[in-house]
Ligand binder design. Structure first.
Ligand code: XMP
Length: 523
């Protein structure tokens, strides 16, 4: 049984996903305005829209063209529901096409900045001066040529006479108000959400916490036990703290020390949770078993599979002891992007890049009910909730850490020597980033080690040692990532410290590949 954190009565703005890379961003921007918003498949039915209590719909952009036979269309009945709709880019074109207007390929495609002039008084641009054009961000090769009946242009750019259109209930813009390059973009979205849809402010850390606790209490029976697997990261820690508020001493947290942790991870968990949970914090020392199973294994997917399998075995052994015949709930810190990627993305074709064991690998033999209190949230929202709940700062601000731990940062077989180098070098990278104020500004920062050796010199002697690769990336949601232009002085200090403090390292390099084509972790 799956607990779906999606209470039926919450009023919301639905973003229909036509496959644009910015669809998620629209959803996030609306939440930033304090209104609950959800990404749904583009072909959602009118019944489902009503069931979800939608106050407004946004039609996202798309890489497709309405002139192609494979173009995705929404159910045409959505236009007759009396709900305000805002089409964005492809959303404008699909609205025009379905309402009887005409969309054509244009000779002068618009990419990048354009100056937008508001040409007619209307609610979407309320509060914006008509005489003062502002920058908007365009990215389109198709455009409306003939507007449907009763629609009129409400804003224009040099190349787009129909940069924004409306019939009084339906609105559409050819540009992207959700990107920061568009001036007044948030004002336009805010006008749609508050002035046109009349949405209430129903999304803030306090409201989310309150609502989540109510939901958990209505799901979990008075005698049931909830078990939360702690990883030391902010998602599982927040899941645990919110559950503690909801079910009190019926929550148990299990932390499996698989020997592939960062320096200080285990101590951080002790410090952050022991006082709160007492003996309900179970720390299982399974280092020997994990490392024995990983001996001789070099293949990255095989390493992931072994860690996943051993993790489940360890977890089940603890859960069996705690359960004592009661109904057991397994709490997971699944976030909204994972949910959207695995289910709702009707217009997405996913390919398996890496198997993330904490998404797919649930205990198989034990009968758990699954509870995922964060499944409606983005990472930055989780961090805000964590702060509101009073979680320790070092847990809230900790960089994401993969479930299989250092096993995916060690290229080839996990040996004790490489494990030590990877752990110590990563700690140096983190320490130097903290000292220089970069730690909180980047997404992840760590060290990688493989089997390649390089010659060095120590004193008067030639020495052969490992090559450590330092990786520091910036990202929004881990789907894409850029390598970070760290100042040379910081890189130099990291390099000096690693080669001085770790005798078995002779070379340090810096990874300058972004994602794509690389991934964040090396394996
Ligand atoms: P990649 O390396 O695929 O990573 O660009 C994207 C984000 O996911 C984390 N990651 C994992 N997390 N189990 C996890 O729980 C895994 O197997 C795993 N592999 C990668 C990675 O740290 C980054 O934040």
């Amino acid at each position: 049984m799956k607990y779906n954190h999606e209470e039926k009565d919450r009023q919301r703005i639905l973003v229909l996903d036509f496959g644009a890379q910015y669809a998620h961003l629209i959803c996030r921007r609306i939440r930033e305005l304090g209104v609950y918003s959800e990404l749904v498949p583009h072909n959602i039915s009118p019944n489902e829209i009503t069931r979800k209590n939608a106050l407004g719909l946004v039609l996202s952009g798309s890489p497709k063209s309405v002139t192609e036979p494979t173009a995705p269309f929404p159910n045409a009945k959505i236009y007759e529901m009396g709900i305000p709709i805002l089409g964005i880019c492809y959303g404008l074109q699909v609205m025009v096409h379905q309402m009887g207007g005409e969309v054509l390929r244009v000779d002068r495609k618009e990419y990048g900045k354009a100056l937008l002039r508001v040409t007619s008084k209307n609610k979407l641009f309320q509060g914006l001066k008509r005489r003062t054009p502002f920058v908007c961000w365009m990215s389109h090769g198709d455009a409306a040529k003939i507007l449907p009946d009763n629609f009129k242009s409400i804003a224009a750019t040099e190349n787009s006479p129909f940069a924004a259109i409306s019939n009084g209930q339906l609105y559409a813009v050819q540009f992207h108000p959700e990107v920061t390059h568009t001036q007044n973009g948030m004002k336009i979205l805010s006008n749609f959400v508050f002035e046109i849809c009349k949405a209430p402010k129903n999304w803030s850390p306090e409201k989310v916490i309150e609502q989540t606790i109510t939901d958990i209490r209505s799901m979990v029976g008075n005698d049931d036990i909830v078990i939360c697997a702690l990883s030391g990261g902010v998602d599982s820690a927040t899941t645990a703290w919110i559950l503690e508020r909801a079910v009190g001493d019926r929550l148990y947290c299990v932390f499996v020390d698989h020997g592939l942790l960062r320096k200080g991870d285990r101590e951080k968990i002790e410090l952050g949770f022991r006082k709160k949970l007492g003996s309900r914090l179970v720390i299982l020392d399974a280092k020997k078993r994990f490392l024995a199973r990983l001996r001789g294994v070099a293949d990255p997917e095989e390493k992931r599979r072994i860690v996943g399998q051993e993790f489940i075995r360890s977890f089940e052994s603890v859960a069996r002891k705690i359960g004592g015949g009661k109904t057991l709930w397994l709490a997971q810190g699944t976030l909204y992007p994972d949910v959207v990627e695995s289910a709702a993305g009707a217009s997405k074709i996913e390919s398996k890049i890496k198997s993330h064991h904490n998404v797919g690998g649930l205990p198989s033999k034990m009968r758990f009910k699954l509870i995922e209190p964060l499944r409606a949230l983005y990472k930055d929202e989780v961090r805000r909730i964590a702060i509101e709940l009073g979680l320790p700062k070092d847990i809230v601000e900790a960089h994401p850490f993969p479930g299989p731990g250092l096993a995916v940062r060690i290229i080839g077989e996990v040996t004790l020597e490489k494990l030590e180098i990877c752990r110590e070098a990563s700690a140096i990278v983190e320490e130097e980033l903290v000292a220089s104020g970069y730690y909180g500004k980047v997404w992840q920062a760590f060290a990688v080690v493989g089997d390649d050796l390089a010659t060095g010199v120590r004193g008067d002697e030639r020495a052969v040692g490992h090559i450590v690769i330092v990786r520091v990336v910036q990202s929004f949601d881990a789907m894409t990532a850029d390598w970070v232009y760290l100042p040379h002085e910081i890189l130099e200090r990291i390099s000096q410290r690693i080669t001085n403090e770790l005798q078995r390292v002779t070379w340090v390099s810096y990874a300058i590949s972004s994602k794509p084509p690389a991934t964040i972790e090396p394996q």
